[in-house]
Design a protein around this ligand. Structure first.
Ligand code: NAD
Length: 425
C-alpha cells in the first residue's frame, strides 16, 4: 500500500483503476445501466495476493509479492497477462484486469478479464530465479487458474518461456499436459502461429481502417510510435511493410526521428544489436516527451500507461491516436483530444489483436487442430475490421466519441450476459 501511495501521490489523474472507473461510470450513465448491474460490474470478482518464497542463487530465500485479479467471468473464463516489474501495484493490476473484460467484449471473444503481476526486477534476476519464481507463483494460484477458469498470457517482462513454465507446473499438478491453461506459449508447445505478431498486426488493421477517414493511403500517412517492444516494434515493422512512413520510434531511453521516414528493419536490427536506439545514424535523437508531440498523421503510443495527460494532450499534433499500449491516455486528456478533433482508436480495441489470437490459441489447444499462419491472420483481420466498424457505427448512433462507444458497447455486452445468467440474483 505504501508503494501504491508513493506512486500515485499528488497525481490522481494517473491512478489507472480510477481512470478505468471514470470511463466506466460515464458509459454506464449514458447506457442507463441499472444500479444492481452497476454495483456488480464496477468491481473485480476476485483479488488474490500471494507471497512467493524463492531460493535465490545466493542460497537465501527472498519473498516476492504477487497478484492475480479476476475482474469478471460473465462471458467466460478470465483472460489476461502477467507482468513482472518493480513498480507493479494492485491498483494497476485491477485496472488492467477490468480493461481485459471490456476488451474481450469489444472484440466479442468469450472471455472475461483477468491480470496478474509480481513485484520484482527481472533484469536483476537469473533465469533460474525467474523459473523458480514463476513455478511457485503458479503453484500458489493452482486452484484459481485453468482453461475453464482463468487463462494467463505474457505481458511486460514475461514471455513464451514464462508461459511454458506455467503450463508445465500446472500440468504437473493436473498429472497430464494442459496446454490451454495459458496462451502465448512457444508454437511447438501448443502456441499459435501469428500470436507473437498479433497485437502489432491488430494495431495495423485498426490504422488501415482509421486512415480511410482522412482519405489517405498508407504511403501518404506518417506515423510516430512510442515503444519498440512486442507491440511497438511489431506494429512498426508491419506498418512499414504495408507502405506507411514511420518517422519516429522510441524505447524507454528515448527515440529517433527522421521526417523522411525510417528504415524500420534497419532500426530494429540496430536495436537488437545495441540494446538502445542511441547512436542510430540517419536520424535525430528525440526524448520520449517530445516524440509524442511530433506532427504526424498517426501517433501510436505502444509503451506504457499515462503517457498522454492533461499536461501534454494540448500539444499533440496527430490526427489519429492508435493506442497500442493499455491506458496510455488519462481521462482528463480525453476531453482535450476530443476538442482538438483527434480520432482515438481506444486501447480496448486497438491492442485487442493479442487477446483475439490468444482466443484462437485456446481454441486450437482445446480441439487439438492447429491452423496455418495465413488462416490465423485472416481470421484476425476479419475480427478487427468488424469490431472497428461496429464501434464506429455504435458511436455514430449514440453520438459519442470512440472511447465512450467502446466502453458502452463492452458494458452492454457484459451486462446482457450478467442479466441473462442471473448470477447475482
Ligand atoms: P515490451 O516490454 O515488449 O515493450 C515495451 C516498450 O516500451 C519497450 O520498447 C520499452 O523500452 C518501452 N517503454 C517501457 N516503459 C517506457 C516508458 N516509461 N516510456 C517510454 N517507453 C517505455 O511490452 P509490450 O508487450 O510491447 O507491451 C507494451 C504495452 O502494450 C503495454 O501497455 C502492454 O500492457 C500492452 N499490450 C501488450 C500486448 C502484447 O501482446 N504484448 C497486448 C495488449 C496490450
Amino acid at each position: 500500500m505504501a508503494d501504491e501511495m508513493r506512486r500515485f501521490k499528488g497525481s490522481d489523474e494517473k491512478n489507472p483503476f480510477d481512470a478505468m472507473s471514470e470511463r466506466f461510470d460515464r458509459a454506464a450513465k449514458l447506457l442507463g445501466l441499472d444500479e444492481d448491474l452497476y454495483a456488480v460490474m464496477r468491481v473485480p470478482s476476485r483479488e488474490i495476493k500471494v507471497y512467493i518464497p524463492v531460493r535465490m542463487d545466493t542460497g537465501h530465500i527472498q519473498v516476492f509479492e504477487g497478484y492475480r485479479v479476476q475482474h469478471n467471468f460473465a462471458r467466460g473464463p478470465a483472460k489476461g497477462g502477467i507482468r513482472y516489474a518493480p513498480d507493479v501495484t494492485i491498483e494497476e493490476v485491477k485496472a488492467l484486469s477490468a480493461w481485459m473484460t471490456w476488451k474481450c467484449a469489444v472484440v466479442n471473444v468469450p472471455f472475461g478479464g483477468g491480470k496478474g503481476g509480481i513485484v520484482c526486477d527481472p533484469s536483476q534476476m537469473s533465469l533460474g530465479e525467474l523459473e523458480r519464481l514463476t513455478r511457485r507463483y503458479t503453484a500458489e494460484l493452482i486452484d484459481f487458474i485453468g482453461p475453464d477458469k482463468d487463462v494467463p498470457a505474457p505481458d511486460m517482462n514475461t514471455n513464451e518461456q514464462t508461459m511454458a513454465w506455467i503450463m508445465d507446473t500446472y500440468s504437473m499438478h493436473a498429472r497430464h499436459t494442459v496446454t490451454a491453461v495459458v496462451t502465448g506459449k512457444p508454437v511447438a508447445l501448443g502456441g499459435s502461429l501469428g500470436r507473437k505478431e498479433a497485437t502489432g498486426r491488430g494495431v495495423l488493421f485498426c490504422v488501415n481502417e482509421a486512415i480511410k477517414r482522412l482519405d489517405k493511403t498508407p504511403e501518404q500517412t506518417s506515423v510516430v510510435i512510442q515503444g519498440s517492444g512486442n507491440v511497438g516494434g511489431m506494429a512498426a515493422q508491419l506498418m512499414h511493410d504495408t507502405g506507411y512512413k514511420i518517422i519516429a520510434i522510441s524505447d524507454i531511453f528515448g527515440g529517433i526521428h527522421n521526417s523522411n521516414g525510417l528504415d524500420i528493419p534497419k532500426v530494429r536490427q540496430y536495436l537488437q544489436e545495441n540494446r538502445t536506439l542511441e547512436g542510430y545514424p540517419e536520424a535525430e535523437r528525440v526524448d520520449n516527451k517530445t516524440l509524442l508531440e511530433i506532427e504526424c498523421d498517426v501517433l501510436a503510443p505502444c509503451a506504457t500507461e499515462n503517457q498522454i495527460t492533461s499536461e501534454n494532450a494540448g500539444r499533440l499534433q496527430c490526427k489519429i491516436l492508435a493506442e497500442g499500449a493499455n491506458g496510455p491516455t488519462t481521462p482528463k486528456a480525453d476531453q482535450i483530444l476530443h476538442d482538438k478533433g483527434i480520432f482515438v482508436v481506444p486501447d480496448i480495441l486497438a491492442n485487442a489483436g493479442g487477446v483475439t489470437v490468444s482466443y484462437f490459441e485456446w481454441v486450437q489447444d482445446r480441439t487439438g487442430y492447429f491452423w496455418s499462419e495465413a488462416e490465423v491472420n485472416s481470421r484476425l483481420e476479419e475480427k478487427m475490421i468488424a469490431s472497428f466498424n461496429e464501434l464506429v457505427g455504435y458511436g455514430d448512433r449514440h453520438g459519442v466519441d470512440s472511447r465512450t462507444a467502446a466502453y458502452m458497447m463492452a458494458i452492454d455486452r457484459v451486462a446482457y450476459h450478467t442479466r441473462m445468467r442471473g448470477i447475482y440474483a
